[in-house]
Design a protein around this ligand. Structure first.
Ligand SMILES: [Zn+2]
Length: 462
């Protein structure tokens, strides 16, 4: 049976699985039920399951024998504050704080579905090799795959493929940003803020001076880098000089070297702030990641499959849902989404009377990093990797929003997930049958990484 036929005939089962994970909506590192469900399903389909030693709720499911080993990566963590009913207008679910605002219920299930379809083809003896599904937790905190890479779970895989829900069907040829996430914790001395301020040493002052310093620093770092912070502890009452304050930073840049350089400069600012305020400083690195390294050979193969594939059809109900959702967007939101995606000029025309992406959009964004970060970056520095996007929410929807939660739980998201499963399954078959593509992808990978040896950004953490 062809993988397309297998996916068409079995889609209901996987839509049910994705809906269950949508309902669980478990946050990073708490994906116990979601991972359990995937492991149970894959185990009944004949996959051998191996749980990760170091990363909770991470696992590998494998079928077949010997080389090549093709890995499909799935995620299943949700986001806080984005619980939402399957409605085109904002309606949080009572008592449900978290939601799949990045569509990872679709991401994980779609990749798993493809792995099962490929397993059927191996079982029929159509080719030999090993299909491996990676259950990857904690993507939103950018920790899951970093720990899995450090554990060595990607050391013996030949190629890794994955996808992500989006507004479009396409391939983003740009990378993602390398990043460090860290907390700066200042400790001072509490005292009466009015009666005895001279005996106090304000930890909050140190945080504020650090932030002021960092805001000045922005002018003197490369344009492609960015800094964000939130003050996570800032004292208890105005009449007590705060003896504890904490600020949480992200530093992002196009590569690890730039991240590490800017990180060190922010730390120096914090050290200076501690000196100015006579407080002590503790630096707590939480996580870090690499930029995503594209592989042209794999992207070319993906696009060759994608431009010929028959798209899943959106129903009239989907189209009405998308139109209603768009009626509540900010002014210009749909156009800005096109702009951010670096799609060609004139593509605004694409939005005329169209609320869902119902075509395949040619690859875009070469040489331009997406401003966000993902732990997939680290995998791409260990093994040749590629990713693509399919339309799982209406045009103009912002990632990490209630609109994504709503769309990921209904047919719009399911259609994108089925399409992704088909593209992944066809890609695996192409790779199993054409070792020359695997070899060419590996040659390109070696060329791109020969001067840069991967070093885990989390050091001895975890
Ligand atoms: Zn995501």
């Amino acid at each position: 049976m062809s993988v397309i036929k297998f996916i068409n005939e079995n889609k209901k089962e996987y839509i049910r699985i994705s809906n269950k994970i949508w309902q669980y909506a478990e946050l990073s590192q708490k994906e116990v039920k979601s991972a359990r469900l995937q492991m149970d399903v894959l185990s009944t389909k004949g996959f051998k399951i191996k749980k990760s030693r170091d990363c909770q709720n991470a696992f590998i499911a494998e079928y077949g024998n010997g080389k090549p080993v093709i890995g499909l990566l799935g995620e299943y963590d949700a986001l806080p504050g984005l619980g939402q009913e399957k409605k085109p207008f904002k309606k949080p679910i009572k008592g449900k704080e978290s939601g799949h605002g990045c569509g990872h219920n679709l991401l994980g299930t779609g990749a798993m579905f493809a792995a099962v379809a490929v397993k059927e083809a191996i079982k029929e003896g159509r080719f030999s090799g090993t299909i491996r599904y990676y259950g990857c937790p904690a993507e939103e905190t950018i920790t899951g795959k970093i720990i899995m890479v450090k554990e060595g779970l990607f050391n013996d895989v030949d190629i890794c493929l994955t996808w992500h829900p989006d507004c479009y069907n396409s391939i983003n040829l740009g990378g993602t940003q390398a990043m460090n996430s860290f907390k700066l914790i200042f400790k001072g001395i509490a005292s009466h803020a009015a009666g005895d301020p001279f005996n106090g040493r304000s930890a909050l002052d140190a945080v504020e001076l650090t932030d002021i310093g960092s805001n000045y620093l922005r002018e003197h770092i490369i344009k492609d880098a960015s800094l964000h912070y939130v003050i996570t502890k800032g004292g208890i009452m105005p009449n007590i000089v705060p003896d504890l304050a904490e600020v949480w930073y992200f530093v992002r840049a196009p590569g690890r070297e730039a991240v590490e350089e800017i990180y060190e400069r922010v730390l120096n600012i914090a050290r200076g702030a501690a000196l100015m305020t006579d407080t002590s400083l503790e630096i707590k690195l939480i996580t870090g990641c690499y930029n995503f390294l594209n592989n042209d050979v794999l992207n070319k193969m993906l696009w060759d499959i994608m431009e010929k594939i028959e798209l899943e059809k959106f129903t009239q109900k989907d189209k009405d849902f998308a139109r209603e959702m768009a009626s509540n967007f900010n002014r210009g939101q749909r156009e800005e989404a096109l702009y951010i995606s670096h799609l060609d000029d004139g593509s605004y025309k694409y939005l005329e009377n169209r609320y869902l992406c119902d075509t395949m959009i040619p690859p875009y964004g070469a040489g331009i990093n997406y401003p966000g970060s993902t732990d997939l970056g680290d995998v791409s520095w260990i093994v040749p990797a590629a990713k693509f996007i399919t339309a799982c929410f209406p045009l103009g929807v912002s990632p990490h929003s209630w609109q994504v939660t709503a769309s990921s739980g209904m047919h719009i998201g399911h259609a994108g997930m089925i399409l992704a499963a088909k593209i992944l399954a066809l890609s695996c078959i192409r790779l199993f049958r054409n070792r020359n593509i695997i070899n060419a992808a590996k040659d390109e990978f070696k060329q791109k990484t020969k001067k840069k040896k991967y070093k885990s950004p989390i050091g001895s953490l975890y």
